[in-house]
Design a protein around this ligand. Structure first.
Ligand code: CDV
Length: 335
């Protein structure tokens, strides 16, 4: 019998962990026009940053692809006025974004920012970074779950060509920052339980997620009315089941004819929403959080070391799609 064979000890029997307070903001953006210059978008990001700083915020989270319009909605070969490469950043900070880095450093506010990345050797990723309060980049995440399609699909009202314009990221990492452990995920990642569990296994206490979610889901429009519900459902479940905070941040509103979900929010490890944006435009929502509270969950119901059964979960990493039982249960164990 080992210590882990007993039930989780009552938390009251431990000395409470010292508080690790942090004030965070969801820095939601409204639409970005097709030809809106970076300088204008960065000015909007800086305005949100300054508002957050005035409110005592220490970390602000911006949306996925926060520097440009959501360009995967176009098949650029059909759009003579669009230059695909112009949507990617080849350096970070670059000529336009350095203003955001400089101002954030001056104000002592960290941030997380989504953008389209082009590497020096020509690889393209849907990327999110974490920048500390001193302006240094702590971590970089490249979107793992890329939704949509690769080829032009004329039946759609608009395209979703992330699988054409980006390569797949291949790791969920977490970094020590902001007096805790922080992980990142991007948009469609938030719908997958594997995202939160991978990050929680890397120790994450705070997960930062940017998103662009069109209200119209072309493969099955009956899901349109559920966009807001599903958005909160997955992030609240991810927070609770992994004992961590989640900050989910939209680029919402009507962008180039496509209406996208807003409803950015900050979620506690209880699974409850602590703060939420109320418009679909540029707006901040803030919350005072305490990373020490995560242990209330990760040391009781979700004490992974004690209760997880990885020896039973082998198929989670060896098998991609479902393999249902044979058409008849004859001969199948337990009928
Ligand atoms: N940017 C995204 O990843 N959007 C997807 C849509 C296409 C379903 C999302 O999961 O919100």
């Amino acid at each position: 019998m080992t210590d882990l064979d007993h039930d989780a000890p009552a938390l009251g029997s431990h000395k409470a962990a010292p508080s690790r307070a942090l004030k965070v903001a969801a820095g939601q953006l409204g639409p970005i026009a097709r030809h809106e210059p970076r300088s204008s978008v960065v000015a909007r990001l800086v305005a949100l940053l300054e508002e957050a700083a005035a409110d005592g915020v220490e970390l602000i989270v911006y949306p996925e692809l926060a520097l440009t319009t959501f360009f995967p909605r176009w098949y650029v070969e059909n759009e003579p006025d669009l230059d695909l490469d112009s949507f990617y950043e080849t350096e970070m900070p670059g000529p336009d974004t350095s203003r955001l880095f400089d101002r954030a450093k001056e104000l002592g506010v960290g941030f997380s920012l989504g953008y389209a990345e082009m590497t020096p050797d020509g690889h393209r990723y849907n990327t999110q970074i974490l920048v500390d309060r001193d302006g240094s980049t702590v971590g970089k995440y490249r979107k793992v779950h890329l939704p949509g399609h690769r080829e032009y699909e004329p039946w759609r009202e608009f395209q979703h060509l992330e699988r054409r314009y980006f390569e797949l990221g291949d790791s969920f990492d977490a970094w020590r920052a902001f007096n805790g452990v922080v992980g990142m995920a991007t948009c469609n990642d938030r719908r997958w339980p594997e995202t939160y569990r991978s990050l929680a296994l890397a120790g994450a206490e705070l997960i930062l997620i940017g998103y662009n979610t069109p209200l119209h889901y072309a493969p099955d429009p009956s899901q349109n009315r559920l966009q807001g519900f599903h958005n909160h459902l997955v992030m609240q479940a991810g927070a609770y089941q992994n004992g961590c905070y989640v900050v989910g941040v939209a680029k919402g509103g009507l962008e180039e004819g496509v209406d996208s979900l807003a409803e950015s929010c900050i979620i506690s490890p209880t699974g409850e929403i602590l703060a939420e944006c109320v418009t679909d435009g540029d707006e901040i929502a803030t919350a005072d959080i305490d990373l020490a509270i995560c242990a209330k969950f990760t040391q009781t119901l979700f004490q992974f070391e004690r209760y997880r059964r990885p020896e039973v979960y082998g198929t989670h990493v060896t098998q991609k799609g479902p393999i249902p039982p044979p058409t008849t249960n004859k001969g199948h164990q337990d009928g």
